[in-house]
Design a protein around this ligand. Structure first.
Ligand SMILES: Cc1cc2nc3c(=O)[nH]c(=O)nc-3n(C[C@H](O)[C@H](O)[C@H](O)COP(=O)(O)O)c2cc1C
Length: 213
C-alpha cells in the first residue's frame, strides 16, 4: 500500500473519470428501494438477460459462479411459488410481474473446466466433498445475488428481495430436478409510484462499520 495513502479520508482514491455518475449512484444505491408495488408492464426476457449479462461479471471464488435462477413467470407458477412463501410475502409474489428464485448449485464444480481452467483439477476433489461444495456454492451464490439485485436496478427494474419462505419446500417442489438450493426470491418489475417502499431506514456509516488496522 502506498505510504502517502491517507486512511482517514474515505473519499475516492482516484479522480479517474471511470467512476459512475451521481445519477447512476442514485439509481443503483441512494434512490433505489426495496420495491413492493409494480406496474402492469411486463418484464421481458431481454430485460432479465441484460441484467444477468451485467451481474455475471461480478467476482466469485475461483470464478465458480454457482448462482442459478428459476424464472417464475406464469400465474400458475406464481401460485405454486406463493404457497411456499411466508404469509406476508405470498401476495407480493402473486402481484409481481415476475419472480426470480435465486439458488445455489452445489454441482457448480462440473463447470470448473470452463470457468476456471487454471483450477480444473479441483473438480475431482470437490466431487467427493459435498459439504465443502455446498458451503462454497451458498457463499458465492449469495454474493452473486447482491450483484444481480444491483444489475436489475441498472437496467431500470425495481426489485423486492425476500427470504421469508420455506426454502426446503421450494427446493423439493420447484428445484428438485436441478438439485439447486434456494436462497431468496426477488420480485421484479417496473416500479409503480414510490414502489410501496417502507420508510427508508438508517444505515451504518463508514466510521460505525469499519476499523482500520
Ligand atoms: C436477503 C433479503 C431478504 C429479505 N426478506 C424479506 C422478506 O422476507 N419480506 C420482506 O417484506 N422484505 C424482505 N427483505 C427486504 C428488506 O427488509 C429491505 O431490503 C431492507 O429493509 C432495506 O429496505 P430499502 O431497500 O427500502 O432501504 C429482504 C431483503 C433481503 C436483501
Amino acid at each position: 500500500m502506498s505510504a502517502d495513502l491517507d486512511l482517514s479520508d474515505p473519499s475516492p482514491l482516484t479522480e479517474e473519470p471511470s467512476s459512475i455518475t451521481e445519477r447512476d449512484a442514485d439509481l443503483l444505491f441512494r434512490q433505489a428501494r426495496t420495491v413492493r408495488s409494480f406496474t402492469d408492464q411486463p418484464v421481458t426476457q431481454a430485460e432479465l438477460q441484460a441484467a444477468w449479462d451485467l451481474a455475471k461479471w461480478g467476482p466469485t471464488a475461483m470464478n465458480t459462479g454457482p448462482l442459478r435462477v428459476l424464472v417464475v413467470a406464469t400465474p400458475a407458477a406464481r401460485e405454486r411459488l406463493a404457497a411456499h412463501m411466508n404469509d406476508g410475502n405470498k401476495q407480493r409474489v402473486l402481484d409481481a410481474p415476475v419472480s426470480l428464485v435465486l439458488a445455489a448449485d452445489p454441482r457448480f464444480h462440473t463447470t470448473l473446466p470452463v470457468l476456471a481452467p487454471h483450477a480444473s483439477e479441483r473438480a475431482a476433489e470437490l466431487e467427493s466433498a459435498p459439504q465443502v461444495r455446498a458451503a462454497m456454492a451458498r457463499t458465492n451464490a449469495l454474493l452473486q445475488s447482491g450483484y444481480l439485485i444491483v444489475a436489475l436496478r441498472a437496467v431500470g427494474l425495481g426489485v423486492g428481495p425476500m427470504s421469508g419462505m420455506d426454502a426446503a419446500g421450494i427446493d423439493a417442489d420447484l428445484l428438485a430436478e436441478d438439485g439447486w438450493s434456494s436462497l431468496m426470491v426477488l420480485n421484479v418489475g417496473h416500479v409503480a409510484g414510490d414502489g410501496d417502499a417502507f420508510p427508508r431506514a438508517a444505515r451504518l456509516d463508514w466510521a460505525q462499520a469499519t476499523r482500520t488496522l
